[in-house]
Ligand binder design. Structure first.
Ligand SMILES: [Zn+2]
Length: 311
């Protein structure tokens, strides 16, 4: 196996390329423009950008943040997004590396355990890419495009289905510890005390988490509208939280919501203190939910375990 530092560096470089593509999404999706046509061009003079002026981070530094054609400033958002995705990919590589090391020292050969690390890393990578993009889009345009949120929910479902395919015999079954085994009239196969089979458990659990997370924000939104007579939250926020639940599950999504609401309130207080906001100023809650989602993806299980140890 190659040395971890090379593996992580390679992942970082790959992340820069994905970050570059994410910048295209951020610039074009909220304006409903095509991602593929026209080619990358200056937003000011319209000149097509040559490949050597389009290298992640490097070109921005060499061009000193100015368009080669018209000299217009190029936002620092471009290199920052690229580096953020690069760092996220490097973190994923280190997760994968440590999983493979523990797995090779373990005697657990259940397929679901054997492949678990690949799953976790796939979830981590895809969710991170989507959240970094949505975070910037909501901050700049107050939009959370369906192309990201609904696609994310669909990918989360596909990953849950693959997990089902890898379940070992009797794994993840829900068993009733009662005296009377469940049976139904006309049932010819005795299923014993099994209430839900493993696949049913995984798929229904996934569905429950996504619907509950999404509906929670829909209810909050509805209550706010009844009380204040205006919209306090977009539908996009509900889809965003459902997407986080689709990848991470219900409780990590609640952690993301908690972190999002706390940081968003802190931001609102800073704005109010500086006299830059009124009570009706629209806040990019989605941006802060994305921050919460990234925190939940990074350290969610540790934070939830720590919280439970307090109770
Ligand atoms: Zn230009």
């Amino acid at each position: 196996m190659i040395s971890p530092i090379w593996f992580e560096s390679a992942a970082f470089l790959l992340g820069l390329i994905f970050g570059s593509f994410l910048n295209v999404c951020i610039s074009r999706l909220p304006a409903h423009e095509s991602l593929w046509k026209p080619r990358s061009h200056c937003r000011s003079c319209g000149a097509t950008i040559a490949w050597y002026d389009n290298l992640p981070v490097l070109s921005w530094v060499l061009l000193r943040a100015k368009c080669r054609g018209c000299g217009e400033q190029i936002s620092w958002r471009y290199p920052v997004v690229e580096i953020a995705v690069g760092v996220w990919f490097a973190l994923a590589a280190s997760k994968l590396e440590s999983f493979i090391r523990t797995r090779n020292g373990s005697s657990n050969w259940l397929p679901s355990y054997y492949y678990k690390g690949y799953f976790d890393v796939a979830i981590f990578l895809i969710l991170g890419f989507l959240l970094i993009g949505l975070m910037v889009m909501d901050w700049q345009t107050h939009k959370l495009p369906d192309v990201f949120t609904w696609t994310g929910i669909a990918i989360g479902f596909l990953l849950a289905c693959v997990r089902v395919a890898l379940l070992g015999p009797h794994e993840d079954e829900v068993i009733l510890h009662g005296r009377n085994p469940l049976s139904s009239p006309g049932n010819v196969v005795d299923a014993g005390n099994v209430v839900l089979t493993g696949p049913e458990h995984v798929v229904l659990g996934w569905l429950g988490a996504v619907v509950a997370a999404g509906c929670l924000l829909l209810v909050v939104r509805w209550v706010y509208m009844k009380l204040r007579g205006r919209e306090g939250m977009g539908l996009g926020d509900a889809k965003l939280l459902a997407m986080i639940a689709a990848f991470l599950g219900f409780w990590p999504a609640m952690l993301a919501l908690f972190v999002g609401v706390v940081t968003c309130s802190a931001y609102a207080l800073v704005l109010l203190a500086r006299g830059k906001a009124q009570a009706a100023t629209r806040l990019p809650l989605g941006t802060f939910l994305c921050v919460g989602g990234l925190v939940a993806a990074l350290v969610g299980p540790q934070l939830i375990a720590w919280y439970q140890s307090l109770l």
